[in-house]
Design a binder for this molecule. Structure first.
Ligand code: ADP
Length: 529
């Protein structure tokens, strides 16, 4: 069995071809055996009928010869003895040649006798044999068959008698016909075999070539060549199943490439994020260490210096705390662990409260802060604390980047798809080249250092995350030295805008849920009242 298995080709093409050939060979053998067997039977049957027909002729001829030979006695006497004259006549070689070579064309056995009660009684001296001696015609051979025995009754004489004739071993074309048929079948078989081998190989190639292409593309993918695809030209694939397979393979490869790119991008972002966080933490920690060292030295004895350093340390601690809170919030928002506490509240009060909190800072910095609210309530499904945070961050930035005497306007109103919150300032503005980056984490514009107070580049990233969790968008328009306008568009119901799971822009079930009330954010110490 094992040896047999080793003989079977290992390639698909080889196996398919072998299967084709095996099936064909089996079919042809069965057909050949069946045809030859039936043909042999048919010949035998024909020959036997033919011999029997000739037997009658032989019997009639024997009767004629016997009649003419028996002049004195009946052919078969009442004593059941054949007339010697008849015996002489029938044993003559000329008569035997006529009987065997001309009439019967076979070996002849003749018995003369009588019928008694339906049974043949051979007469004494009544058996004659004539063997076939004539040469065969082209294609003829002797066939070992025997005819049915016939009984020819002769009644017109004094004593009725019976001629029994049996013919055997005639010349036939049976062997030649069978040999010709076998040869013909063999030629047909060989042609069919050749056709089946080439058809099997062609068919197998039509399947194996695409499979090989798929294998090569898969290997390319596995080795990291994510751009590897199979050609999806239908002409190269043949059947619809294989075209479908190629299309599915390419779709799968597209998805794999997309996912890997997302993972790579996330990995790069996480790496950058970690580097930025470390960098951000170092500044306040270094300042704190310096103050601490100074206080431990001489400055600690000077009450004025001590108060100053302690206050400065407090500001840095506040900043560290703010940074930690914002980092935590941002990573929670991004990881999708936060669920929004959606309520159908009036957006006007959410915005009003956030603006009110920023008013003292604006006043202190000599900036006019005005809020424009519509007369009618704007009830939309939103998380009031987090939308409040959005407004606070935008207004905080506006205060930070607007010089004394400037104006800040906060307006709320309906929009085609929901509502909009617009925060406008007459501040320093943002360079066009920086605009695409300002919502990135830790991105700080080149003019950020000119502005009062310093930022960490997290405020707008948080704004964008919260707005996107609400299924909304945030955009900005700005001109340098003229001012900026931030526009937040929110849908009426984030559940309909986002799908079923607000708070998860990427999708997936929350592992942890937390209501926003416990995640109240601190204001940026730079702009806090
Ligand atoms: P930061 O804490 O530095 O303010 P943000 O994420 O809030 O961080 O803002 C990122 C950058 O976007 C800022 O450094 C600043 O360059 C720019 N920016 C944001 N808001 C304004 C504004 N109202 N006017 C001018 N520039 C702004």
């Amino acid at each position: 069995m094992g040896r047999l298995r080793r003989l079977v080709p290992r390639t698909f093409q080889g196996r398919l071809t072998l299967a084709f050939v095996a099936i064909l060979a089996l079919t042809l053998s069965l057909v050949t055996v069946g045809v030859l067997d039936r043909l042999g039977d048919y010949f035998d049957q024909q020959q036997r009928e033919d011999l029997t027909a000739r037997s009658l002729g032989v019997a009639q001829y024997v009767a004629l010869v016997a009649e003419s030979a028996s002049t004195v006695r009946p052919v078969v006497g009442t004593d059941n003895v054949v007339d010697p004259g008849v015996v002489v006549q029938l044993t003559r070689s000329t008569q035997q040649r006529i009987l065997a070579d001309r009439l019967a064309k076979a070996d002849v056995l003749i018995r003369l006798g009588t019928l008694t009660g339906g049974t043949f009684m051979e007469a004494s001296g009544g058996e004659f044999r004539a063997l076939l001696q004539a040469g065969a015609l082209v294609g003829q051979t002797r066939e070992p068959i025997t005819s049915d025995t016939i009984y020819y009754t002769v009644n017109g004489t004094l004593v009725p008698y019976v001629v029994e004739v049996t013919l055997s071993n005639p010349y036939t074309y049976r062997a030649t016909a069978l040999a010709t048929t076998t040869g013909l079948l063999a030629v047909i078989g060989l042609i069919a075999l050749a056709v089946s081998i080439s058809a099997g190989a062609t068919l197998a190639r039509r399947i194996t070539v695409p499979i090989r292409r798929l294998t090569e593309a898969s290997r390319g993918l596995a080795e990291g060549d994510l751009a590897r695809r199979v050609p999806d030209d239908p002409g190269q694939w043949g059947s619809t199943e294989l075209i479908e397979l190629a299309t599915q393979f390419n779709t799968m490869a597209d998805r794999v490439q997309e996912s890997v790119e997302i993972i790579r991008h996330d990995r790069d972002r996480s790496r950058d994020f970690l580097a930025d966080v470390s960098h951000e933490l170092r500044t306040p920690i270094a300042a704190l260490r310096t103050f601490n060292e100074l206080l431990r030295e001489r400055a600690g004895e000077d009450p004025t210096a001590r108060t100053e350093f302690l206050e400065a340390s407090g500001v840095q601690l506040e900043r560290l705390d703010w940074l930690a809170q914002n980092l935590l919030e941002l990573s929670r928002l991004d990881s999708g662990l936060v669920l929004l506490d959606l309520r159908p509240d009036d957006l006007r009060s959410t915005v009003e409260q956030a603006v009110e909190q920023a008013e003292p800072a604006a006043r202190r910095r000599g900036i006019d802060l005005a809020v424009h609210l519509p007369e009618h309530p704007l009830r939309i499904q939103h998380d009031p604390v987090r939308i409040g945070q959005v407004v606070a961050n935008l207004v905080g930035n506006a205060i930070k980047f607007t010089p004394r005497g400037g104006h800040i306007g906060v307006a709320v109103g309906p929009a085609p798809e929901g509502v909009k919150i617009v925060v406008t300032d007459t501040g320093v503005g943002i360079d066009a080249a920086e605009l695409p980056h300002i919502f990135e984490r830790f991105y700080r514009g080149t003019r950020a250092s000119e502005a009062r107070g310093s930022g960490s580049g997290l405020g707008l990233a948080i704004v964008r995350s919260i707005v996107e969790m609400h299924g909304g968008t945030v955009g900005v328009e700005s001109r340098l030295n003229a001012g900026s306008t931030f526009t937040v568009l929110l849908p009426r119901d984030p559940r309909r805008a986002n799908g079923t799971n607000p708070g998860h822009p990427v999708g997936g079930d929350p592992i942890m849920a937390e209501t926003s009330s416990s995640a109240t954010l601190k204001m940026n110490p730079d702009t806090a009242p």
